[in-house]
Design a protein around this ligand. Structure first.
Ligand code: AMP
Length: 376
């Protein structure tokens, strides 16, 4: 099925064509026509499934049929869990909008930066606002925007919005929206809390299920390696050197470990950077840019900091420390093997973590052969 059969405007197809996407992904095939028709959507989709374009393209097209922005008024609201994701989704939308004769006004707002420029940007209203919930409410409380005329609400990565404790903010935002609106909910997983939210929010939705368990994603090779706790950094070095991994995302359990492991790798001559919530926004942006540009080969991150990082061509994801939950495991390893590319996810399993990893395997319905590498 080509992109041109989905009902999108030629200007949008032109921008998509330049992205070199060979064909719409399954979620794009189903979501784009449904959203163009004005339907609510309940989509089960992981990062890497092409979900951003699945809502960005039809939302852009629908926005063109509305009156344009008037002071303070917001038409489409896209809520995302993290600053990085806000920036990425905003950039994707602007990229797709570039050939539209009257591109909609897109404003991106998130915490960690001064609020004043964001207030200024919203003064004339916005056709599309991409926001993290906390900052959006701050802006609403300062009367910097008006949600009462919004026509569309998008919740991206709804499970992470709730994981990060945004339930109260979401309720408060939803209360400010008009009753009649289009609702699009994207989530990698549907634990009870997300299900409740979906049921409350969506009217007669079209349900789209793209297989989410990583077990069904053939392009991610899962490996697990037995290792001594104290030998993990050496094993990481060994793997990076042996496989020539260019971009490797390594998950650790603590903010301290991000800096510590990065430092050890740098001392061994491997360009590595820490990526944690403790770092300033500027330092995080720089680390991410260096990683994207391959000036840094290894990014050592915590789960919270890494949420929403969208980097195509990650060679590998390494669980230096295991994630706490199966959901988190699926999210982490879903960061490699994106959009048709193959990837590898390696979990370091120490003796004390063996039982925990078995549980993750069981919940995923999958066994990953434990490897033993001599010397580690
Ligand atoms: P997402 O699921 O939105 O995080 O997208 C994951 C990655 O897939 C991004 O890097 C997109 O640029 C890419 N992508 C999105 N749609 C397609 C497509 N139809 N074909 C190939 N790559 C795509």
């Amino acid at each position: 099925m080509p992109f041109s059969s989905l009902g999108l405007l030629p200007e949008l197809l032109r921008a998509v064509g330049e992205s070199n996407y060979p064909a719409p992904t399954p979620i794009q095939q189903e979501a784009i026509p449904a959203i163009l028709k004005g339907r609510d959507v309940w989509a089960c989709a992981q990062t890497g499934s092409g979900k951003t374009a699945a809502f960005a393209l039809p939302v852009l097209q629908n926005t063109l049929n509305l009156d344009r922005a008037t002071p303070l008024r917001v038409r489409t609201l896209i809520l995302v869990p993290t600053r990085e994701l806000a920036a990425q989704v905003g950039e994707t939308i602007q990229l797709f909008a570039r050939y539209l004769r009257q591109p909609p006004k897109v404003v991106i707002v998130f915490g960690g930066l001064s609020i004043n420029p964001q207030m200024m940007a919203l003064r004339g209203g916005a056709d599309i606002v991409v926001a993290t919930p906390g900052r959006l409410l701050d802006l609403a409380d300062k009367n910097a925007l008006r949600l009462a005329d919004a026509t569309t609400l998008v919740l991206d990565e709804a499970d992470r919005l709730l994981d990060l404790g945004f339930a109260v903010e979401l309720t408060s935002i939803i209360e400010r929206l008009p009753q009649r609106r289009q609702n699009l909910l994207f989530s990698a997983t549907f634990p009870p809390a997300v299900r409740v939210l979906a049921e409350r929010l969506l009217h007669d939705p079209i349900r789209i299920d793209v297989p989410t368990t990583t077990a069904t994603q053939p392009d991610i090779l899962q490996r697990s390696i037995h290792v001594d706790t104290a030998r993990r950094t050496q094993l990481l070095r060994h793997l990076i050197e042996k496989h020539g991994w260019t971009r490797t995302l390594v998950f650790v359990a603590t903010k301290y470990a991000t800096g510590h492991v990065a430092e050890k790798l740098r001392r061994a001559g491997i360009p590595a950077a820490a990526f944690s919530g403790d770092m300033s926004q500027g330092a995080r942006t720089k680390a991410l840019a260096d990683f994207k540009a391959a000036r840094v080969k290894v990014l050592i991150a915590t789960d919270v900091a890494a949420r929403g990082i969208d980097i195509a061509q990650l060679a590998a994801v390494v669980n230096y420390d295991l994630p706490r939950s199966t959901t988190e495991y699926a999210h982490r390893i879903g960061r490699t093997g994106r959009a048709g590319q193959s990837g590898v996810a390696v979990s370091f399993v120490t003796a004390s973590a063996e039982e925990h990893f078995r549980l993750i395997e069981k919940r995923q319905g999958l066994r990953v052969l434990r490897e033993i590498i001599a010397g580690f």
